[in-house]
Design a protein around this ligand. Structure first.
Ligand code: SAM
Length: 326
């Protein structure tokens, strides 16, 4: 069907579409179309677009199919998290979970798999059990421009920490040496390496370390990332006094690894220490444990006390950014 369209070269397409959208001129009922080296952006008011200085022509463009969302099928908005092309549910009732899974895959969302939480994260590897309702547990997740291949059945990964990881990555400077003591599939190490840091990521979980290597390749930073499988207490003996920056994302038990952190720390080292504590004093226990492990060899200065997210009623997931100098 012929409708008025703004005609531009494809490379100007997104700028033009945004500018027209800002003036509320885009016709959302028809598809943007490319033909003969031109891009045609359908507009509601051709004359108004011409007054804005655009070239407007009548062009044959197909009608746009409305996006069907899970809520359109279920009659209410279901709660789920996205991890790559997986939808993660946390629904106890198996029938309700099945209905949500069916609606998600029937919708127009680009989701191929749906999994439901079947346990808490558990054990040293922090992996949980899943009921796989559709598809499988492998995916490639995108976070702040990086790609992470992973398999939820064999490794830990939480998309909820994306903003926090980005906050830390932004502090990293080219040339520094960063050690992630509990690296998982690499969501700290890879952005650090992309900023020019030389990185070591250790993890007890061999599957996670395999993904970390794959992800370093995938993101073009393999030359600056060393991935080591094993208990960080043993790995650390090879890296005494090495680190300018340490990441300890093993809340609940990181305090048991603070002696190892001190072994790894260089003369001036920033430590990002994650903890889960009662909201009455979320930072105190971590700070005291760090001082016990590092003083008097190091001067300890807490630079940031940050609430990352609420973990459970009255329990906070927090981060202490701490400078250790000697
Ligand atoms: C909470 S996950 C964090 C993973 C990653 N940093 C992230 O943010 O996605 C903790 C990780 O520590 C690893 N881990 C547990 N105990 C360890 C140890 N003694 N030495 C090395 N890694 C360990 C687990 O296998 C798990 O991958």
């Amino acid at each position: 069907m012929e409708v008025p369209c703004v005609r531009v070269r494809p490379q100007e397409g997104e700028t033009t579409r945004s500018a027209l959208a800002a003036r509320d001129l885009v016709d959302d009922d028809h598809e943007i179309t490319v033909a003969d080296g031109w891009l045609y952006v359908p507009v509601d008011d051709g004359e108004a677009a011409e007054r804005e200085g655009y070239t407007v022509v009548a062009h044959d463009v197909p009608p746009r199919r409305g996006q069907v969302m899970p809520a359109d099928i279920l009659g209410e908005e279901p709660s789920y998290e996205r991890l790559g092309d997986i939808a993660i549910l946390d629904i106890e009732d198996a029938e309700a979970a099945r209905a949500v899974a069916d609606a998600i895959v029937e919708s127009d969302l680009p989701i191929d798999s749906v999994v439901n939480r079947a346990s808490k994260v558990k054990g040293e590897l922090r992996v949980r059990d899943w009921d796989v309702l559709v598809g499988d547990t492998r995916t490639v997740h995108r976070e702040y421009g990086f790609e992470y291949a992973l398999d939820l059945a064999s490794v830990y990964f939480s998309p909820r920490l994306a903003t926090e990881r980005h906050r830390v990555a932004e502090q990293v400077e080219s040339g520094e040496r960063a050690f992630d003591m509990f690296a998982g599939v690499g969501p700290f190490v890879i952005p650090f390496a992309a900023r020019g840091a030389t990185c070591v990521g250790a993890d007890l979980n061999e599957a996670a370390v395999e993904f970390l290597r794959e992800n370093a390749e995938r993101n073009g930073v393999a030359d600056r990332v060393t991935a080591v499988a094993g208990d960080v207490r043993e790995v650390a003996t090879e890296y005494e006094g090495w680190a300018d920056r340490l990441v300890m994302n093993l809340p609940h038990s990181a305090d048991a690894f603070l002696d190892t952190a001190v072994t790894l720390a260089g003369d001036d080292c920033t430590l990002h220490y994650y903890d889960i504590q009662h909201d009455e004093d979320p930072f105190g226990p971590g700070e005291r444990a760090i001082r016990d492990a590092a003083e008097p060899e190091y001067t300890v200065r807490v630079e940031t006390r940050r609430l990352v997210r609420s973990y459970a009623p009255h329990e906070e997931n927090v981060c202490l950014d701490v400078r250790l100098t000697r």
